[in-house]
Write a protein that binds this ligand. Structure first.
Ligand SMILES: Cc1cc2nc3c(=O)[nH]c(=O)nc-3n(C[C@H](O)[C@H](O)[C@H](O)COP(=O)(O)OP(=O)(O)OC[C@H]3O[C@@H](n4cnc5c(N)ncnc54)[C@H](O)[C@@H]3O)c2cc1C
Length: 649
């Protein structure tokens, strides 16, 4: 064997040289002498919500070789635990972004900047999110179609939502709007506190019905327990739902810890040819025979596009780039804003607390897929209601209530440290300062409390993502003035008042639910419970839902703000698509994870139509990801699969 080794090495090195010799990449001046690593039919950038679906659907064609590039590492058994969702924001699974400081918002946060967490891990943001599964209203998508986006009406996107779903909710098994045979599990959170019953009762007392909010035939307003992407009380992210079931496909290559810096576009033909990236501190270039698909999310997709020379010409010139194509990349940033500042104390120990979660009974229950550890950050209920500022001609709600049987004091304000274990670090995860926190709560006070976050559903304010400079490793600038539109501010104030009114109704009387009487720091001189106080609270504890989207807006060529066309192709560039939450032309009345999955599925369908192939689909049904230890790549000690997808982990 020792005699063979040098020969083998010689052979490998010759093969490498040959590969580089046959795959020179001279078309683009930026490429320099970076080696071409390999060639694939499709390169998908970002293994997040949308990217995982695209990789799954494209590799159904066994003739196509697909490379999925992900900057983060593999997800783990830790990321499956629902209750620690906020803690994940303090880890390397998060890109760790914060938005730029604005004068009148996020005042109670570190450096007066609201954090904008984004998943940097296999599964992307679906690995660190709250798992709430909402699709939005029929009219939301019909409006997209009316804006010139053919193929995106509700009836056209619904099959995509449904095909991936594996609905486990008993009472929805016969619904025509739910599917039982997909790989994306949807279940009700296994644990239910009596508080959510009071929430549902209070809603009914106000005249609202209990609804399946994903059923377009039901009233668009009403109350419900949440539907969540979980299976047996554990998180189902994009990796679990869409990659693990196909891990044996030989035409899929996943490269983790591979950070893309630019898409290389031939300026003569305006065709995307390759992707530049770093891995193991080395520059690499991989070439795409057919297409590059950018699925790096609403902050990083515009960031990569602008570094590739696609973006507003004036802004690119400011950082020293000559624009290859002048498009409004980075504009139209949309976000759902709220406030986590309402805390209702109760006289019972039925809410989520740190000590309750750490009890051996809770840990045992979790092993059975039950108990409080299965609560995603404590969230249990959802409601769609109207405020008096609702100006929607179609009667859609303008406010969502997110009900949590927990509040920011549920973990006594604990922080993550080796000495002090905590499972739900709300305060630190959100970035609330000590001064703000201790203006509301006593030191060490572990409260029995719950909260309602009133979330504006159709905000008019818009933000923007810009380049800081021409270094692709530097954070982009993220700007958003949430209350730029007075309408948004007034709607949020009404939402806070409506939430307090709901809790002060008879349904919550049995818990003696009482609004925290302490004013937040900075608002002490504003009369409590007045509109001025609610405004002050919103500006101090400004809480975003992390639905950042819209920065590569989809629209026809006639739309001056559009970056991609209705088939998600970048206007004026060949073989380059964007497919993730950044293409939203307008926010649906929904959280954005299911929407991103749907976009991935729709993108793959359009790509297949663009590259017709005779290749038959893979034989037989997919192996079920829900039997056995599907959530791991391999069991401890199990070797990497010899055949099947290549995992460069
Ligand atoms: C804390 C939090 C809670 C949320 N809760 C919910 C919820 O309960 N329900 C809901 O519907 N939505 C929720 N969301 C929003 C939702 O999860 C996102 O909108 C959705 O996951 C976005 O999907 P995406 O495909 O656009 O991007 P992502 O899922 O973010 O995927 C982008 C991927 O690209 C990778 N990437 C980025 N840049 C590069 C690069 N340069 N090179 C290589 N790879 C790169 C990233 O690491 C990431 O894996 C939440 C978000 C957060 C942050």
């Amino acid at each position: 064997l020792p005699a063979v080794s040098p020969l083998a090495l010689l052979f490998l090195s010759a093969a490498q040289q040959y590969q580089e010799a046959v795959l020179p990449f001279r078309e683009h001046p930026y490429t320099g002498n970076k080696p071409i690593l390999a060639e694939y039919d499709f390169i998908v950038i970002g293994a997040g919500s949308a990217g995982t679906v695209i990789a799954n659907r494209l590799t159904e064609n066994s003739e196509w070789k697909v490379l999925l590039l992900e900057a983060g590492d593999e997800d783990s058994v830790i990321t499956e635990v629902p209750v620690i969702v906020d803690e994940l924001q303090l880890t390397g699974y998060n890109w760790g972004y914060s938005m730029e400081k604005e004068p009148n918002q996020c005042l109670g946060f570190t450096d007066q900047r609201c954090p904008w967490p984004r998943g940097k891990v296999l599964g992307g943001t679906s690995t660190i999110n709250y798992m709430i599964y909402t699709r939005g209203q029929r009219r939301d998508y019909d409006e997209w179609a009316e804006m010139g986006n053919y193929g995106w009406s509700y009836d056209e996107v619904l099959p995509h939502f449904m095909s991936m779903e594996r609905c486990l909710i008993p009472e929805l098994q016969n619904s025509r709007y739910h599917n039982k045979n997909g790989t994306l599990s949807v279940e009700q959170v296994p644990h239910k506190s009596p508080l959510v019953d009071a929430f549902l009762e209070a809603g009914q007392a106000q005249g609202y019905s209990l609804i399946d909010y994903n059923d377009p035939d039901q009233n668009s307003q009403g109350f419900s327990r949440i539907q969540a992407n979980m299976h047996g009380g554990r998180r189902i992210n994009g990796a679990n739902a869409f990659l693990r079931p196909i891990r044996k496909r030989p035409n899929l290559h996943i490269a983790l810890k591979s950070r893309v810096t630019r898409v290389l576009i031939d300026p003569q033909t305006m065709t995307a040819k390759a992707v530049e990236m770093t891995r193991n501190r080395q520059w690499r270039v991989v070439r795409a025979r057919k297409e590059v698909i950018l699925s790096a999310g609403a902050i990083n997709s515009p960031h990569i596009l602008m570094h590739s020379g696609i973006g507003p010409a004036d802004h690119l010139a400011q950082v020293g780039y000559k624009a290859l194509k002048d498009l409004k990349v980075g504009y139209n940033m949309m976000e759902h804003v709220s406030s986590a500042g309402l805390t209702f104390f109760i006289n019972d120990s039925v809410s989520l607390t740190l000590s309750g979660v750490l009890r051996p009974q809770a840990l045992n229950a979790y092993r059975q897929g039950q108990g409080p550890i299965t609560l995603p950050g404590g969230v249990e209920g959802i409601a769609y209601v109207h405020t008096r500022y609702n100006d929607d001609a179609y009667g859609r709600p303008d406010m969502e209530f997110i009900f949590a049987g927990a509040a920011i004091c549920s973990d006594a304000g604990a922080t993550m440290s080796p000495q002090r274990l905590t499972l739900c670090s709300y305060r630190k995860g959100m970035g609330i300062t000590d001064e703000t926190y201790y203006s509301l709560f006593e030191r060490g006070q572990q409260c029995n409390a719950f909260t309602i976050w009133p979330m504006i559903l159709s905000p008019k304010s818009r933000g923007r993502v810009l380049l800081r400079d021409n270094n692709p490793f530097h954070w982009p600038l993220m700007k958003h003035d949430y209350f730029q539109s007075e309408h948004d501010l007034l709607t949020c104030i009404e939402g806070l008042k409506a939430a307090v009114e709901l809790v002060e109704s008879p349904a919550f009387a049995r818990f003696n639910a009482t609004l925290n009487p302490r004013p937040v720091r900075g608002c002490e001189n504003v009369p409590f419970r007045t509109d001025a106080y609610w405004e002050c609270l919103l500006r101090h504890i400004t809480t975003t839902l992390h639905h950042q989207s819209g920065t590569c807006k989809m629209g026809p060529a006639s739309d001056p703000d559009a970056v991609v066309d209705p088939e998600l192709r970048v206007h004026g560039v060949r073989n380059l698509r964007v497919a993730d939450a950044s293409i939203l032309p307008r926010l649906p009345r929904a959280h954005t994870n299911a929407v991103a999955y749907m976009i991935g599925s729709k993108a793959a369908e359009m790509i297949k139509q663009a590259w017709p192939s005779q290749s038959p689909p893979p034989p037989g049904p997919l192996p079920s990801p829900y039997s056995g230890p599907y959530y791991r790549w391999r069991l401890p000690g199990e070797p990497l699969p010899v055949s099947g997808a290549t995992w460069t982990i």
